[in-house]
Design a binder for this molecule. Structure first.
Ligand code: M6R
Length: 606
């Protein structure tokens, strides 16, 4: 997955392209590049690493041209170096691409046979040569149409032509692409976020469509090359200026913003005057829904798993949870009484989008729980529950996780009440506790010093385990994901009761093991599992909630106590020390916390 930008203007574009690429870095940051057209030539500058490095290149500073394209890359084919960085250019054409061309090997063979010379290891370069080849016998629109038909796989493309000083082509199949409109200039971008500082007037391309961007207007075409009309959407015009403030990293800031995330969610969905939950315009009757399937990837998948425990506990709905990349290729039994819920911070994750698309094609009810409301998943779902946590920049998802589980918990309570699965009294008690959650999150955030010291032991270890039962199991998975993603330490999340079926063999003297044992229904069982790992030499960090009752276990290495509340809400609080553990562990190792190696914020390839 990668980020694309294109600008066709009357004034020099290189500096604006670089600024937009910085905004797109959440989509990939292993290399970056820019191409502009000036004096009838394509100038291309590319570099390995971040956009900052590209920006410092003296060739970029001197770059002329009022039309250009730019790219940030997350490598799929070929090493992340400057040769494989985009744009890729022939003498006539320059291309930026997001996605994967599945038949690139075959196409390359054909093109080499025709005398084309390849410079990179990427799949993208076949697009450059195909367009160049097709241009020999066709005009721009026809050669693009023909090229797109030859490509298998997914893509969003931006194309610049040596002989066309007033034209950029954009095309989409599977990967998102937006067109923006400015005064005597127009733009192409992977998403509206990258274009927001230039315009709030946006058109999204649908799959199969392509466009020709001129300075004064934009023309759209369907896959047969027939001209089509598209709507211009006006987005909220405020350019979200989201910076680190006094924090060292976005992640640190985003962790600390979590009381506000919870407050925002509560303000949005809780009717405090009437002690109720408002889910406006929910398009289905509750009697028409008998089961729920939740789908997501990574942290969003953990949110889905978390809510399964709540849905099962508080409603009589059948609930299943799926990883999007698995769901999309399985033989699913689609049932019209099932509500499919897609959870995604970015709303652009390719696997989650494909799962949504599959459900839509099968006529299912679809609901999105997303943060980015202009995103593809949001736009294409029947109904959207925004999480309103604001921009999340850190690749490791933190506040979005709490935002997602909050909205899913609120939905659970509302459906539980409407279906009469929980009593009004229980509903009101839970609402009361929920209103106090922002305070509890705030208090739990104040456990810093202890975690900083604890993180040293994790940094010295070969590996670690995160254990929990029931409501705490998804949180154990999330804690392990955060640690591996940020600190590159092997960490496994496991149901505590499963240890004896194999993983216990991993435990050796001094191995750090996090045990999540809040005082809930599972407490005693988890404490027994904890004793089993202590007996085998593990250094246990016990995370529980404050209580007047003593903990009956010896040889616990360290204990962290979060605030106390009802057992449904404890997962919110247990998450916080785990986020901080991963943060401090990476900080001490000197790793790039907001952009861990090999990852990207938005995963737009499958
Ligand atoms: O944007 P999404 O929520 O759909 O992203 C899903 C995952 O890629 C994401 O949660 C990923 O696992 C995070 N880096 C985890 O911190």
């Amino acid at each position: 997955m990668c980020g694309i930008i294109g600008i066709n203007s009357y004034k020099p574009v290189s500096a604006t392209i670089i600024d937009s690429l910085k905004k797109l870095e959440y989509r990939g940051y292993d290399s970056a590049g820019i191409a502009t057209l000036s004096s009838g030539l394509i100038n291309e500058v590319k570099s390995e690493g971040r956009v900052d490095i590209l920006e410092k290149n003296s060739l970029v500073k001197d770059m002329e041209g009022t039309i250009g394209i730019g790219h940030v890359r997350w490598a799929t084919h070929g090493l992340p170096n400057s040769i494989n960085a985009h744009p890729h250019s022939s003498q006539n054409v320059s291309v930026v691409h997001n996605g994967i061309i599945e038949n690139s090997t075959l196409l390359k063979k054909f093109l080499v046979g025709k005398g084309h010379k390849f410079k990179s290891q990427t799949d993208t370069e076949v697009i450059v040569h195909l367009i160049t080849e097709n241009l020999k016998s066709d005009n721009i629109v026809n050669s693009i149409k023909k090229t797109l038909k030859s490509l298998h796989g997914s893509f969003a493309l931006g194309v610049l032509f040596k002989d066309q000083p007033d034209l950029i082509v954009g095309a989409r199949r599977g990967s998102p692409l937006a067109v923006g409109y400015g005064p005597n200039e127009n733009y192409l971008g992977s998403d509206s976020y990258a274009l927001k500082s230039m315009t709030n007037k946006i058109t999204y391309l649908n799959d199969g469509e392509f466009c020709v961007i001129k300075k004064t207007h934009v023309e759209f075409f369907d896959e047969e090359g027939k001209k089509i009309n598209k709507k211009v959407l006006e987005l909220s015009s405020e350019d979200q200026k989201y910076d680190k403030g006094d924090y060292k990293h976005f992640m640190a800031k985003e962790i600390e913003e979590q009381p506000t995330t919870i407050k925002n969610g509560i303000n949005e969905y809780l009717d405090t005057a009437n002690n109720d939950i408002n889910i406006y315009n929910f398009p289905w009757k509750t009697k028409d829904i008998s089961s729920i399937t939740l789908i997501g990837c990574g942290t969003a998948y953990h949110s889905c798993l978390m809510s399964k425990y709540w849905f099962e506990q508080l409603t009589s709905l059948d609930v299943s949870v799926d990883i999007a990349s698995e769901f999309r290729y399985r033989k699913n039994r689609f049932k019209k009484e099932t509500l499919y819920i897609f959870v995604s911070q970015s709303g652009e994750t390719a696997d989650t989008y494909a799962a949504l698309d599959l459900c839509k094609k099968n006529g299912m009810k679809t609901c999105a729980v997303v943060n980015v409301i202009e995103s593809s998943i949001s736009r294409d779902s029947d109904f959207v529950l925004p999480i309103h946590c604001g921009t999340e920049i850190g690749v490791a998802s933190t506040k979005a996780f709490l935002g997602q589980i909050l909205i899913l918990y609120i939905l659970t309570l509302k459906l539980g009440l409407l279906r009469k699965d929980i009593s009004e009294k229980a509903f009101l008690e839970k609402l009361k506790d929920l209103k106090n959650l922002p305070n509890l999150v705030k208090q739990t955030l104040q456990t810093d010093n202890k975690i900083q010291n604890i993180s040293n032991t994790f940094n010295e270890a070969k590996g670690s385990m995160f254990l929990g039962r029931g409501f705490s199991y998804p949180i154990a998975l999330e804690g392990a994901l955060k640690l591996k993603e940020l600190s590159y330490i092997h960490a496994e999340g496991y149901p505590a009761g499963e240890m004896k079926h194999g993983p216990l063999a991993l435990i050796e003297e001094g191995m750090p093991v996090v045990v999540l044992a809040p005082r809930d229904n599972y407490y005693k069982k988890t404490i027994s599992n904890m004793q089993e790992v202590i007996a085998r030499g593990a250094k246990v960090l016990l995370i529980t909630n404050k209580s007047k009752d003593e903990i009956f276990s010896e040889n616990i290495w360290e204990t962290i106590e979060v605030e106390s509340t009802n057992e449904d809400l404890l997962p919110f609080l247990l998450t916080i020390p785990l986020q901080k553990l991963a943060y401090y562990s990476a900080l001490k190792k000197g790793y790039d916390i907001d952009k861990p190696r090999n990852l990207a914020k938005s995963v737009t390839v499958e």
